[in-house]
Design a protein around this ligand. Structure first.
Ligand code: SAM
Length: 200
């Protein structure tokens, strides 16, 4: 993947009619789709895409400098099953992801915005969770990790409002994310949850 735009999702403008993506057109096949929101430099998603060639991955990140690094690395590793979107994660899920089309979401170490006046900037809230629920397939999974206890408490409260997501035990075999490495090196506790969408 050269830095020519190949591998980046060309997201339609809100005024262009229905902006919903069609995964089979995006990837050219019918493989299941997993999405990581806030990929940073992409350590996790690149590893996951390499380990699971029969799954398509979408990495969403709004910081162009990180996304360029992830994109460049995907090219070097010749990963054909990954696409990148430079946009706001919340808007991506709400406007571009089709209903019941996602096998798994990965949200690792989302920005905690620790100051109270900034809490409204946090990604994880009820409106966002409703969009995750809408777009997950039946049996689809939501993977979460944070090292920020206060934010984790909020996540649990928000998850408590769900009528379709149930906590499950699951062991992810992929590599650690960059932030996970940093947190572990600092001896910080890491809070995790994996949830599965039940049939309605
Ligand atoms: C703390 S870092 C964690 C990165 C990576 N998940 C990891 O665990 O190493 C949070 C990342 O999410 C990105 N981010 C935060 N809010 C976002 C949003 N609303 N939309 C897209 N990316 C976002 C930031 O730019 C940053 O790269």
């Amino acid at each position: 993947m050269e830095d020519t735009g190949e591998g980046f999702l060309n997201l339609p403008a809100a005024t262009d009619g229905d902006p919903t993506l069609v995964w089979s057109e995006v990837f050219g096949d019918e493989q299941p789709v997993q999405i990581e929101l806030g990929i940073g430099k992409g350590r996790f998603i690149l590893d996951a895409a390499a380990r699971l060639p029969d799954v398509n991955f979408v990495g969403v990140e709004w910081a162009a400098k990180y996304l360029r690094i992830a994109h460049h690395r995907a090219g070097r590793r010749q990963l054909a099953n990954i696409r990148f979107a430079r946009t706001d994660a919340r808007e991506f899920v709400e406007f571009f992801v089709p209903a019941a089309s996602v096998q798994a979401y990965h949200i690792y170490f989302p920005d905690p915005w620790p100051k109270k006046r900034h809490h409204k900037r946090r990604l994880f809230n009820e409106g966002f969770l409703r969009e995750i629920e809408r777009t997950l397939e039946t049996d689809g999974q939501l993977w979460l990790a944070t090292d920020f206890a206060d934010y984790f408490e909020v996540m649990l409260e928000v998850l408590h409002t769900s009528r379709v997501l149930d906590e499950i035990d699951a062991e992810w075999l992929g590599v650690r994310t960059n932030y996970e490495e940093k947190s572990l090196a600092l001896g910080k506790p890491i809070f995790r949850r994996v949830l599965k969408k039940s049939g309605l």
